[in-house]
Design a protein around this ligand. Structure first.
Ligand code: ADP
Ligand code: 3PG
Ligand code: MG
Length: 387
């Protein structure tokens, strides 16, 4: 993979960087700048060598949000940042022309134009027309077949950024772990996690499925899950995974009565349900203390730990199992890799993120990379190795 270090000339050259500026915003303010900090090494590398650094990114799902507050937050981390409220076209090209060497220009949300997610070639060509060189550094979106990710590299000499390179190196190691290896997959939505579970069951010694994801497994295994969150999923693929002796499931959970679901302090009414003891009107919202003890033991023995997905509904304070496991990882000697937007948010709130060996900025991208060993955005760089 060619990286920014291989770009032959940078002084006064406009360089387009697909970066991850997709950060949480509340009331027009960035509430967590973790991803921005991880984007800095590539931006600094280019800026220090006199490139005109043009940052493109999406923010939010709908294409309605603006990157302006993100540009302001980035400006607090590095000097020389400005924002231009359009993405393509003559005015955007003029803003690039007027940019002084070493300065950083953030363009508006790529998803403001529907052609971004449609992977429209004409749109990609217009985006590419902004610069002479393309750098892919948004590992978290490399699993998406969008114009800025897979088509822009067709039109420009393209290179990997420093974050992308680090993600690929670290996660390639996680594909061939030291043993015993423990994988913990929580969160929700079985459909997005099926492929990675199948891969992990081949390469890891223990694959723990927790969080809402476990509800699907418990249900297919014939246990009552009451009114818990479940995916609408074909039972057959779950049955196959259930038969694998490497699979580990929660042995207890924290539940509340569905009548208390809307209560602000729902956590106060929770009880521990041991295996098979969930009532039909109850909701599972966290893995239980017995499960946490079992996981702590596996973490202690492990030489390698991979984790994605909170083990409970942490936004509503069902954080105990996630907290207990994060502490177990922090105390373990294992090489630990964690990723996922929600997972990172939950662990950062606990102050335990620095205790992990590697933090991936990808959620879906990390899982797809582990499942397949590559991603569309990475393949696009290799395919279009046009100098
Ligand atoms: P990530 O963003 O880290 O990849 P996911 O998006 O897959 O993680 O899953 C995170 C979501 O899963 C969170 O919104 C969390 O509340 C939810 N979750 C986890 N366990 C449960 C549970 N038992 N019941 C309801 N929601 C849960
Ligand atoms: C993320 O936040 O997980 C990535 O930036 C991908 O965002 P998306 O799910 O909106 O494509
Ligand atoms: Mg998520």
């Amino acid at each position: 993979m060619r990286t920014v270090r291989d770009i032959p000339e940078l002084e006064n050259i406009p360089v387009l960087v697909r970066t991850a500026l997709n950060v949480p915003i509340e009331n027009g303010k960035v509430t967590n700048d973790y991803r921005l900090r991880r984007a800095l090494p590539t931006i600094k590398f280019l800026s220090e060598r006199g490139a005109k650094v043009i940052l493109i990114s999406h923010i939010g799902e709908q294409g309605t949000e603006t990157l302006e507050p993100v540009a302001r937050a980035l400006g607090k981390l590095i000097s020389g940042v400005s924002f231009f409220g359009e993405t393509i076209g003559e005015r955007a090209r003029k803003a690039v022309r007027e940019l002084a060497p070493g300065k950083i220009l953030v363009l508006e949300n790529l998803r403001r134009d529907q052609r971004e997610v449609m992977n429209d070639r004409a749109f990609a060509k217009e985006v590419a027309a902004l610069a002479d060189v393309f750098v892919e550094d948004s590992f978290d979106t490399c699993h998406r077949v969008h114009a800025s990710i897979v088509s822009v590299p067709e039109f420009l000499p393209s290179y990997a950024g420093i974050l992308l390179e680090e993600e690929v190196n670290e996660l390639s190691e996680a594909l061939k772990p030291k043993h015993p290896a423990l994988a913990v997959i929580g969160g929700a939505k079985f459909s997005t996690k099926e492929a990675v579970l199948t891969t992990l069951l081949k390469t890891y010694d223990h694959v723990f499925v927790g969080g809402a994801l476990a509800n699907d497994f418990l249900k297919v295994a014939g246990q009552e899950v009451g009114k818990s969150l479940v995916s609408n999923t074909a039972g057959n693929s779950i049955k196959k995974i259930l038969a694998n002796p490497k699979l580990v499931l929660p042995i207890d959970s924290l539940v509340i009565s569905s009548a208390n679901m809307s209560a602000i302090d729902a956590r106060m009414s929770a009880r521990i349900a041991t295996e098979g003891q969930v009532q039909s009107d109850e909701v599972i919202l966290d893995d239980g203390p017995g499960t946490s003890a079992l996981l702590a033991d596996l973490a202690k023995k492990a030489k390698n730990i991979l984790w994605n997905g909170p083990l409970g509904n942490y936004e509503r304070n069902f954080i105990d199992a996630t907290d207990a496991f994060a502490r177990a990882v922090a105390e373990s000697d294992a090489h630990s890799v964690v990723g996922g937007g929600d997972t990172i948010a939950a662990i950062e709130n606990l102050g335990l993120l620095p205790r992990f060996s590697f933090v991936s900025t990808g959620g879906g991208a990390m899982l797809d990379f582990i499942a397949k060993g590559t991603l569309p955005g990475i393949e696009a760089l290799d395919k279009n190795n046009n100098t």
